[in-house]
Unconditional design. Structure first.
Length: 153
């Protein structure tokens, strides 16, 4: 059973979902505000806050994103993008061994259930443009600026 907790950060609220001791989701608003107790969410909350304060460059949380085998492969490739760097959708397609599958990669990235922690915000258009992001392009720009990958918005 998935438990949820809404955590308000300096850039807004996020709804975290855990099953057992594994993080299964990080949702951007809008979402149902219903939230259980923070018990078990302490590490996720602490690391998310440290990241947003510029003190953490790599999360070390037990993750269990739910998706197809291909989606999980794409999400793993996102985890390999270093803090402060970006990749294009084509770069990610190459990383998963499917250079002609840019559209499929983009769809898998769009289904990322654990945004920020699985850093889909680090994927940009091949021309350097900011493209779709579940939290909205202003939040994507904020996260990339936090990492030094873009000038501050």
């Amino acid at each position: 059973m998935i438990r949820h907790f809404v955590h308000t950060t300096r850039i807004g609220p996020f709804r975290l979902g855990m099953e057992g001791d594994q993080l299964v989701s990080l949702e951007f608003p809008p979402f149902e505000a219903a939230s259980g107790p923070a018990d078990g969410f302490e590490a996720a909350i602490e690391q998310l806050d440290a990241y947003l304060d510029g003190q953490l460059k790599r999360f070390s949380l037990p993750l269990q994103p739910m998706g197809t085998l291909f989606q999980r492969k794409v999400w793993q490739a996102l985890l390999d993008i270093p803090w402060g760097e970006t990749r294009s959708y084509l770069d990610v397609a190459h990383a998963v061994g499917n250079p002609k599958g840019v559209r499929a990669v983009a769809q898998a990235i769009g289904k990322n259930p654990i945004g920020i922690i699985i850093p889909c915000h680090r994927v940009i258009g091949k021309d350097g443009s900011l493209t779709g992001f579940g939290g909205g392009l202003p939040m994507k720009a904020t996260l990339l600026a936090l990492e030094g990958a873009l000038p501050a918005p």
